[in-house]
Design a protein around this ligand. Structure first.
Ligand SMILES: [Mg+2]
Length: 419
């Protein structure tokens, strides 16, 4: 008997599958995008458009997520590229989570298309882990029209590794006592959290498989890869003590978080994401005519660890810029330099007092002017749509939505008549 039973649910080629399922089931379009070389990508006319997701037939042309659309078209001129539709993704994600919650309330949504479930002790209800996982997978396919992989293990890391075995529409187990047979023969680059830079260093040490890594002396790894060497060594040996962390109840206050399509590895991109989150929060605060006193930033790393940090502001505010500056400061104090998966900004200590601020001798910021600027932007967006005004810094950042989190009704509607 295994102490814990953890499932990792992962949608196969999520953005692409969701788009394909929508076209087939709601628009009656053929062929199914999943059966031809196709991809979800940014606007080609802007040239900076990048591939966000690809079909399995597109993989045969070595098309990579994150590469420029122009490069992908060079590899495969007949590649069908469809625009992203975030509203559709959010709907599909929510519909899938609703199904998962019917099996357990211990659900940790890990990204827009991934979740961990703690299924410990559910055997009497749903049968053996493989039977339960198959039921979940089939129910999602039957009711929502897309496929998932389910990885089963007694540890989160191993469940996630198992979910990456053969795709699509599969259930795989990778219990601790199976790692020798199922995980150790795999190339070391397949290990979660081994990036291409680490992979090169490991190759230089003669480490080719996950098994080689598991058998390597920890000191050797530490000398070459520092702390990260120890982390991947313990992963290779199947050690991971993290638990499924069900969603915390909504904090009192105004918050917003997002899972980023790519791992963020630099502070300036992270701060752009924080700005996009803050834009939406600021707008809600001003709409409700409140100010907040507390700002908190949370980071979830690629290795499941998460951290958060908060501070009290000198004065209550609803100014986007001020909240953003505070969140950047918190971010700088908090970030350990590891790749980031998920970022959140929360605000609290809500105050309805909208009286003017006390002026300070040492602070010459014109808060009144900043407030008026925010209000003007809110009014324009109200009348002409959320995209009518955008901070200039977002113009180069096609894959970061300038107002992240909530989806205003007027946006993100793909015009299917054109496609
Ligand atoms: Mg996926």
């Amino acid at each position: 008997m295994h102490k814990q039973i953890i499932f990792h649910i992962d949608v196969n080629s999520a953005f692409l599958s969701w788009e394909a399922a929508y076209r087939v089931h709601h628009l009656g379009r053929t062929p199914d995008l999943r059966t031809i070389p196709s991809a979800v990508g940014g606007d080609i006319s802007k040239r900076r458009g990048i591939i966000l997701a690809k079909s399995i037939p597109a993989k045969k042309y070595h098309i990579q997520t994150g590469e420029p659309v122009v490069d992908a078209l060079r590899k495969c001129p007949e590649l069908i590229i469809v625009p992203p539709n975030y509203e559709l993704y959010e709907k599909n994600s929510k519909a899938m989570m609703d199904i998962l919650y019917q099996y357990t309330d211990k659900v940790e949504q890990y990204s827009i298309d991934e979740a961990f479930l703690d299924m410990t002790g559910t055997q009497m209800l749903f049968g053996s882990p493989v039977i339960a996982a198959t039921a979940i997978k089939d129910e999602i396919r039957r009711r929502l029209g897309f496929t998932v992989n389910v990885g089963i293990s007694d540890k989160k890391l191993l469940a996630k590794m198992a979910g990456d075995f053969q795709k699509p529409d599969r259930v795989h187990t990778l219990f601790f006592d199976e790692i020798k047979e199922k995980m150790w023969p795999l190339p070391v680059g397949d290990l979660f959290f081994v990036g291409s830079a680490s992979e090169k260093k490991l190759h230089a040490l003669g480490i080719r498989t996950i098994g080689d890594l598991a058998a390597t002396d920890k000191k050797t790894l530490r000398a070459v890869l520092k702390k990260h060497g120890e982390v991947i060594h313990s992963f290779a040996n199947g050690h991971d003590v993290s638990l499924v962390e069900p969603q915390a109840p909504d904090l009192k206050g105004y918050g917003n978080s997002t899972t980023i399509a790519f791992d963020v590895t630099d502070a300036s991109t992270a701060k752009m994401v924080l700005l996009s989150l803050t834009e939406t929060i600021g707008k809600r605060l001003r709409k409700d005519q409140v100010r907040i006193h507390m700002v908190s930033v949370s980071i979830r790393y690629h290795d499941f660890c998460s951290a958060s940090h908060q501070c009290m502001l000198q004065d209550a505010t609803n100014i986007t810029k001020e909240i953003h500056v505070a969140s950047c400061k918190l971010f700088d104090e908090l970030w350990n330099g590891m790749p980031i998966r998920h970022l959140g900004v929360h605000t609290g200590h809500v105050s309805k007092d909208m009286a003017n601020r006390q002026l300070s001798l040492f602070d010459h910021t014109n808060y009144e002017k900043l407030e008026k600027l925010d209000q003007a932007v809110d009014r324009i967006r109200e009348r002409f749509g959320s995209d009518s005004v955008m901070r200039a810094s977002f113009l180069d950042q096609e894959h970061i939505d300038h107002m992240n989190g909530g989806i205003p009704k007027d946006r993100r509607t793909v015009d299917y008549r054109q496609k």
